[in-house]
Design a binder for this molecule. Structure first.
Ligand code: ZN
Length: 312
């Protein structure tokens, strides 16, 4: 935990980000209102002292929406006091381990939650070396040959488990912007395919009580339609795993800082939360942040694991 604190101190002093530092004092879960909590702010390499990607949306003290479940987020989920039984929706942006590896662990934990209502899970269709959501689920949960066949009740609701209602979004969907789910009260969720090398990947937009949270997922930000998808976001969460001088291979997967700033500016996002850091983007973080600040004039926030941002 000392490392965690020292990194935060470094960010606050070196960057004079008084607003971002002040935000760190907010606490989740909030008693009421809407809040975004970062469960994992790191990348796929175990060199950044962070859990891999996961984000939680709180509404009136309940953990309602989970976006991604990368390695390490299982621990953070428990630390955040989130409840599996309160989740209405889990969005898996793509099937890299740093976005999905702890998903089966969360399912196992959920066996003990007492949940009996279905759980909506959305993810991309397959492509090349990556499964679509339904294949991903069956490869783990199929009752005969799934890796975790003992959790197969999640596929059909047997054994007292909550049935997963899957929404697989094909890359060739008629519309690149899909309304996925709407809860009975106040949450609407949309998805859009985003370019992440050869990996089918989704961005999610969650709207609740007039606030909008847009999760960019990993992407190279080469599709200009994403700025429309993210238009007017209360908080736009974008990933900054690579520095400005990254090589072409990395740029096929991720956006460099100046591109992140251009997208956030085009989307006219109220706040931009930078996340998904890796050692290579943290090593010259001040410089990367300056590049973002240069082209984006809104509120700039920096993610840490368990960082909490209240939207009301
Ligand atoms: Zn990633």
């Amino acid at each position: 935990m000392q490392v965690h604190i020292s990194i935060l101190a470094f960010l606050c002093t070196a960057l004079l980000m008084t607003q971002a530092c002040a935000e760190q004092t907010q606490t989740c879960p909030p008693g009421e209102g809407v809040a975004l909590q970062v469960l994992g702010s790191g990348g796929p390499i175990a060199d950044d002292g962070r859990a891999s990607t996961a984000y939680l949306l709180w509404v009136d003290g309940k953990s309602r929406v989970l976006i991604d479940a990368g390695g390490g987020s299982f621990l953070r989920f428990g630390e955040s006091q989130a409840a599996f039984s309160d989740l209405d929706f889990i969005g898996l942006s793509h099937f890299h381990t740093d976005h999905s590896a702890d998903f089966p662990a969360l399912l196992k934990s959920g066996v003990f939650s007492g949940r009996d209502r279905p759980l909506t899970v959305a993810g991309p269709g397959g492509g090349q070396r990556f499964p679509g959501l339904d294949k991903y689920l069956s490869s783990m949960l199929d009752s005969s040959d799934g890796a975790y066949a003992y959790l197969s009740g999640y596929l059909d609701g047997s054994g007292g488990l909550a049935r997963i209602d899957s929404i697989e979004i094909a890359a060739q969907a008629a519309s690149d912007e899909n309304l996925l789910a709407k809860t009975s009260d106040d949450i609407a969720i949309y998805a859009m395919h985003v370019p992440h090398g050869i990996v089918p990947a989704l961005a999610f937009r969650v709207e609740v009580r007039g606030k909008s949270f847009v999760f960019s997922s990993d992407q190279n930000a080469s599709d200009d339609r994403f700025a429309d998808f993210a238009n007017g976001a209360t908080v736009l969460i974008m990933h900054m795993p690579i520095p400005e001088n990254a090589g072409e291979g990395a740029r096929q997967l991720h956006a460099v800082p100046s591109r992140i700033a251009a997208v956030a500016a085009a989307a006219d996002a109220e706040s931009l939360l930078l996340s998904h850091f890796m050692a290579r983007s943290l090593s010259n973080f001040e410089q990367n942040l300056a590049l973002v600040r240069k082209a984006y004039a809104g509120e700039l926030l920096v993610a840490e694991d368990l960082y909490c941002h209240t939207a009301d």
